[in-house]
Design a protein around this ligand. Structure first.
Ligand code: GLU
Length: 318
């Protein structure tokens, strides 16, 4: 049975109210820009597969996409090179280790395993074709814009903040290169990866981006196909395995939807065929997931009975 607009409206509003009562966490501080974002911001948005938009709170505030960008560059690389090539060259398994782990690379002969950790995302960015970093970057930016259904911009301020502090990621780039798992100049790959993390989106944008996956690849607001239906399950599977850092298993167990978070405070979850839920709030837990955004997304998913692993009746009464 289709979920009613009223049910979604109520779920979004209640999730926003409930999440505001949740405390704890701290803004990411290793990227100076992120430390300066007001911690009290909190927005929630849902976009359905037929393009209806629901929101509450600071859902129009523009925040840094960060790691959530990995989902869309992955989708682009799958379109351009085929899903099998990505699985072979980058991997399709969880690492079980933090998103920027060097140990994960060392334990796996330099293969990143997941396109949703930094090493795998840098390797994925290195696979996007282009004669120059700018050409490669333009494809990634266009892809983010197609998913969002509006032109997405790079923030010079976020990008400068990241490019001048991303020494750990540069080390990862060189480690990949030495293992033969970086497919362009490694510093170019890190540059492009850093730019893809430095665009600004709103919770509403993020929900549209997720809803484009929920429909099977067509943006429900613009009506334009963004990626092929065949690649969507692969993207969602990667999100399930590694989308919420080392808490991905906990998330699957408790929420039951493919998700992706970023250290900018955004979290996205996709209910295939139905809708996407996005939330934003800067303070993060130790794993790197926004405390309030996780609570809000989980609240909406629970209220609407969206757990993918639950038989319909159990999900509806959850
Ligand atoms: N730009 C960030 C980094 O590479 C993104 C991390 C994240 O959101 O997980 O460190």
């Amino acid at each position: 049975m289709a979920i009613s607009s009223d049910a979604i409206r109520q779920a979004v509003s209640a999730a926003h109210t409930a999440a505001l009562m949740v405390n704890g966490g701290a803004n990411a501080s290793y990227i100076p820009y992120l430390a300066s974002v007001p911690s009290g911001l909190m927005g929630v948005a849902v976009v359905t597969a037929d393009g209806q938009v629901f929101s509450a709170g600071d859902a129009d505030y523009r925040f840094a996409i960060e790691s959530i960008s990995k989902v869309f560059t992955l989708a682009l690389a799958m379109e351009l090179l085929g899903a099998d090539a990505i699985r072979r060259k980058v991997g399709a398994s969880p690492t079980g280790l933090p998103f920027n782990s060097v140990m994960a690379l060392e334990l796996n002969s330099g293969k990143p395993l997941s396109p949703l950790v930094n090493a795998g995302a840098i390797a994925t960015a290195s696979l996007v074709p282009g004669d120059t970093a700018d050409q490669c970057w333009q494809k990634i930016l266009d892809c983010q814009s197609s998913f969002a259904g509006r032109p997405i911009d790079l923030s010079a301020e976020v990008n400068t903040s990241e490019q001048t502090t991303n020494f750990h990621n540069r080390a990862i780039g060189w480690l990949l290169y030495s293992a033969g798992t970086c497919y362009s100049d490694p510093m170019r790959a890190v540059d492009v990866y850093t730019r893809q993390c430095s665009t600004l989106i709103t919770a509403k944008d993020l929900a549209v981006m997720g809803a484009t996956l929920a429909t099977g690849g067509v943006n429900p607001v613009t009506g334009k196909r963004v990626i092929s239906t065949a690649n969507v399950p692969h993207v969602l599977a990667e999100m399930t395995m590694e989308g919420l850092y080392t808490a991905s298993g906990e998330w699957a167990y408790t929420v039951g939807l493919p998700g992706k978070s970023g250290v900018g405070g955004g979290i996205l979850a996709v209910a295939p065929g139905k809708l996407a839920i996005a939330a934003f709030s800067p303070p993060l837990d130790p794993a790197g997931n926004s405390v309030r955004a996780a609570a809000a997304v989980a609240h909406v998913a629970r209220s609407l009975g969206l757990n993918l692993y639950a038989p319909a009746a159990a999900a509806a009464s959850a």
